[in-house]
Design a protein around this ligand. Structure first.
Ligand code: DQA
Length: 153
């Protein structure tokens, strides 16, 4: 794929247990399902227009492989909620550093107001920015920023 074709492609990556949104600890993560969140993102993307791919996996290996695939099929921007891998995964961090695609890190909950082990992220220092604690709307704000970033770079 040429860099021209990749110019308006955005990848939304979600990590483990986010497939359970809607039924998983709604006091932390809200009532929306991941499908609903992705549908809203797709509608927003279509209106721009930009092309948006949403990918969720419970597997660290699959997420790393997905990031490595960007060498063959680059995207202009990544929105990532690494979920629990935020606090554990050097492998995912290394994959993001390798592909060098600009990204925003999103968390539904305010991780800094929760357990101490959630306060450290392996991603935040590489991210352009971090959105946390704003619920599902955080993904939409990240998409707004991604479009702005793509158009101004
Ligand atoms: C999360 C926060 C993480 O600490 C947690 O492990 C998740 C979701 C969030 O979106 O608030 O699975 O990334």
């Amino acid at each position: 794929m040429t860099s021209e074709n990749s110019a308006k492609r955005i990848l939304v990556l979600n990590g483990p247990n986010l497939n359970l949104l809607g039924q998983r600890e709604p006091e932390h993560y809200g009532a929306d399902t991941l499908e609903t969140i992705n549908q809203r993102l797709q509608a927003k993307a279509a209106a721009v227009p930009v092309s948006l791919e949403c990918f969720q996996s419970n597997s660290e290996a699959e997420l790393v492989t997905k990031l490595q695939s960007l060498f063959q099929q680059p995207v202009a921007f990544i929105i990532i909620n690494p979920a629990a891998f935020t606090h554990t995964s050097v492998a995912l961090r290394d994959a993001l550093a390798a592909v060098k695609t600009p990204f925003v890190e999103v968390h539904l909950s305010n991780v800094h107001a929760r357990e101490a082990f959630r306060h450290h992220s392996y991603f935040s220092d590489l991210a352009i920015g971090v959105i946390c604690g704003l619920g599902a709307a955080g993904y939409e704000y990240a998409l707004d920023f991604a479009v702005h970033h793509i158009n101004s770079n």
